[in-house]
Each structure stands twice: as structure tokens, then as C-alpha cells.
Design a protein around this ligand. Structure first.
Ligand SMILES: NC(=O)c1ccc[n+]([C@@H]2O[C@H](COP(=O)([O-])OP(=O)(O)OC[C@H]3O[C@@H](n4cnc5c(N)ncnc54)[C@H](OP(=O)(O)O)[C@@H]3O)[C@@H](O)[C@H]2O)c1
Length: 224
């Protein structure tokens, strides 16, 4: 099991967005050292300052995406699927030897509640192919809505499925899930991320059908 304090510095690439800022806030509140990355370092610093004002005494700063990745021990990718390739290219010099946890859920086509797989199998598989073997990609948090993250006090009723090729790498995302107030569940190899990304479209459909924003997933039958 990875202990939270051994995670080191966490960079949230695209951490100015609704999903990334929600995680940054929760991780900083849990005592982690967090950097909000942005295409503009000024924007990253501004959003970090706004969150610090809200949270008080936390370790939370802003930087450009590349600087954030370079300074971090763990990199979290939280950008729209459409910009994933360009953003990964821009942070590549900061990724070698690290785990990159991707939150990206591709919602292709006009109807977001109808799953269309990413051409490379999944966004996570495409990310792994792009970064090469020196960086290990782990997929997690695709099924956690930004709506739930916004209030750091809110108890999120959702498990976090974690896919990655090595258990030790998945443990990092499991520890991040715990720090954000959720249970991380080992869900097998990175190849399985396609299913988890697909579940995001399923949850969007469920939310629309049941007129809610609260649909989440729970894994039963495991002792964890
Ligand atoms: N929102 C959710 O409820 C939710 C739930 C599960 C998974 N996700 C996944 O999490 C990722 C982030 O979601 P999000 O809702 O936070 O996305 P977002 O707000 O649209 O974008 C996040 C950040 O990405 C950066 N960015 C880079 N390229 C961009 C571009 N071409 N257009 C717009 N922004 C760009 C922006 O930061 P800078 O301008 O500072 O560079 C932006 O603040 C997505 O892949 C999404 O599928 C989201």
C-alpha cells in the first residue's frame, strides 16, 4: 500500500478546469503538496491563489504545465481529450521515470451519453503510446463528476476504478483516491481503461434519464 505522504509533489495538468481544480483542492486539504498546471503560468498561479484563499494553510501553487510536470513526483492529466495529444507533447520533458495518472474521458460525437471508443483503444492507451515506456500511465477518476468535487466537504458516493499495468503504480492512484475521500479499486491492466472511459458515457446517460447529477459506481463483493 502506498502511504499518502510518500506520494511527494502532485502536478495537476489542466488543474484550472472544473475536474482538476476539484482534485487539487481535495488533495491539498489532505496535506499533499500540489501544483496547478496551466497553459499559462499566470493563470495557474491565479487559480492556485484563489483556492488557497478558500482553503487556508495548504501547500498549493500554480505553474505552467511543463514546470508543474518537471517539479512533480506524480503527474495527473486533467485536460479535454481533444487537447490531450498536444498537452502531453508540451509536458513530455517532465515525464520520464514518473507515473502519469490520467483522468481523461473521451466524449466523442454529438451525444455525450453514447460511447464512442477513442481510435487508439482508449484515451489512456493513446497517452501510454505517446509517452513511451519511460512513463507509466495509470487511468483513474473518469467516473467522478466535477460537480461532486467542487465542495470539499461533500462525501462522494462513488468508487474509483484504477487501471494500470503495475500494481505499485495503481497504488499511487488508490492513495490519491483515498486522499480525495473515495475508495480506489484495482481494476486491472491499462487495457481495461476503455471500459472505465465508456462508463463515463453510461453515467451521463443515467444522469439524463433519471434527471440527476449524482450517478456513480460502486463495486460490491470485495473486502477493501
Ligand atoms: N468535468 C467532469 O465532470 C469530468 C468527469 C470525469 C472526467 N472528466 C475528464 O477530466 C478532464 C478535464 O475535465 P474538465 O471538465 O476539467 O475540463 P475543462 O475544464 O474543459 O479543461 C480543463 C483544463 O484543460 C486546459 N485545456 C487545455 N487545452 C484546452 C483546450 N483546447 N480547450 C479548453 N481547455 C483546455 C484548460 O486549462 P488552461 O487554460 O489553464 O491551460 C482547462 O482549464 C477531461 O478529459 C474530462 O473528460 C471530467
Amino acid at each position: 500500500m502506498t502511504d499518502m505522504q510518500s506520494l511527494g509533489v502532485i502536478a495537476v495538468i489542466g488543474g484550472t478546469g472544473s475536474e482538476g481544480s476539484g482534485f487539487a483542492m481535495r488533495w491539498a486539504r489532505a496535506g499533499l503538496d500540489v501544483i496547478i498546471g496551466s497553459r499559462s503560468s499566470e493563470k495557474g498561479q491565479r487559480v492556485a491563489a484563489e483556492l488557497r484563499q478558500k482553503l487556508g494553510d495548504v501547500r498549493l501553487r500554480g505553474a505552467s504545465n511543463l514546470e508543474a510536470a518537471q517539479m512533480a513526483n506524480v503527474v495527473v492529466l486533467s485536460v479535454p481529450y481533444e487537447s490531450q495529444e498536444a498537452i502531453i507533447e508540451s509536458i513530455k520533458p517532465g515525464l520520464a521515470g514518473k507515473v502519469m495518472v490520467t483522468v481523461v474521458a473521451p466524449l466523442l460525437g454529438e451525444k455525450k451519453g453514447r460511447y464512442t471508443p477513442a481510435p487508439g483503444g482508449s484515451a489512456a492507451m493513446e497517452a501510454q503510446a505517446q509517452v513511451g515506456h519511460e512513463t507509466r500511465v495509470v487511468a483513474a477518476f473518469q467516473n467522478v463528476s466535477a460537480h461532486h468535487l467542487a465542495d470539499p466537504e461533500h462525501q462522494i458516493d462513488c468508487d474509483v476504478l484504477v487501471c494500470g499495468n503495475k500494481r505499485a503504480d495503481r497504488e499511487i492512484a488508490v492513495a490519491l483516491a483515498k486522499a480525495a475521500g473515495m475508495r480506489g479499486v484495482h481494476a486491472g491492466a491499462l487495457q481495461n481503461a476503455a471500459v472505465v472511459e465508456g462508463l463515463t458515457a453510461v453515467l451521463i446517460s443515467i444522469n439524463a434519464i433519471y434527471k440527476t447529477r449524482n450517478a456513480g459506481i460502486r463495486i460490491t463483493g470485495i473486502d477493501a
